[in-house]
Ligand binder design. Sequence first.
Ligand code: ATP
Length: 353
Amino acid sequence: MKAAKVVNGMNRVNRMKIAVVGGDGIGKEVVPAALQVLDVLSLDIEKVPVEVGYGKWKRTGRAITEDDFDLFRSCDCIFFGAITTPPDPDYKSVLVQIRREFDLYANIRPVKGMGGGKNINFTIVRENTEGMYSGVEQVFPDAVHSTRVITRKGSERIAEYACLLASGDRGGSGGWGGDRRKHLKRLTIVHKANILQSCRLFREVCIGVADRRGIPWEDMLVDATAHRLVLDPERFELIVTTNLFGDILSDMAAALIGGLGLCASANIGENYALFEPVHGSAPDIAGKGLANPIAAILSLAMMLKWCGRAEESDAVHDAVSRVTAAGIVTPDFGGRCSTMEVAEAVAAAIEER
Ligand code: ATP
């Protein structure tokens, strides 16, 4: 049974019960590595393994079943690795199905540089249920229409969530991703309202919510945002945008801080959440022990924060900072360590503390 109750805008879960999905490819490697870090925190946590994904689809013909959804419903949240989505018209994305089922409308992606170079520290809040991924499509013999659905309700709730983050009310003191800054953050509303009517609605609603909540804001065209993210990423604090724009900008932002192996994410709904690294199943490096586990470990830290375990979440962030600063990193980040060596070092750094 779920044991969540709301404390200071966060769900304080006394005895946590989490569904654990390794999934496909490197998901099966980074999830056990992250769980090793979770284990040293000695929290009262029940882990429920759930097999879903492409591997299951190939084996059984179903990527996710109603029994899997029942298991998810019996847990407080999901800790998720990665799933391969083949370009097969008969295969429906598992992640999209889970996001729909639990109405996980806010996708939160912190982007924080790790040492050296620029002081990059911002969060992308991406609307997760509509936009170009609304699933409304018409296929004709010589054309396909994909409908971009933007609603007032969908825009309003993502803007409200972004404003809560801007004021430091969600994600603990100052925000997700180990961010302990306490000042009001400037919200950048990203759109293409000069061309798209749907973006005009999104922009108008976001500005209305920000004004009502007293959050400083600016608005920016998505193409200009991409340009400025590359040239001057330090100027950004918090970005709110629509589904596809957020998807693309967050992968670009990952490249600014050293790659997909470092970027965590949370998919948040009213009463449920899923935490996952931004990267996919990376079949090119799967099974070789090369996968960077940091994104999964930081996703775990986001989960702890959502469950009201801010202290443990901060301990994980601190340990990751110390381990990466010591050069204990995988090849994608310029090191020679394996997935498990990095995870063991993070676990040891937590124990030392
Ligand atoms: P999928 O089809 O599941 O999206 P993909 O390979 O197309 O898989 P990603 O998994 O996001 O997409 O990987 C993109 C690139 O980034 C790959 O070359 C992969 O090796 C690299 N990569 C992704 N995640 C990691 C990681 N955790 N550690 C090291 N390299 C990674």
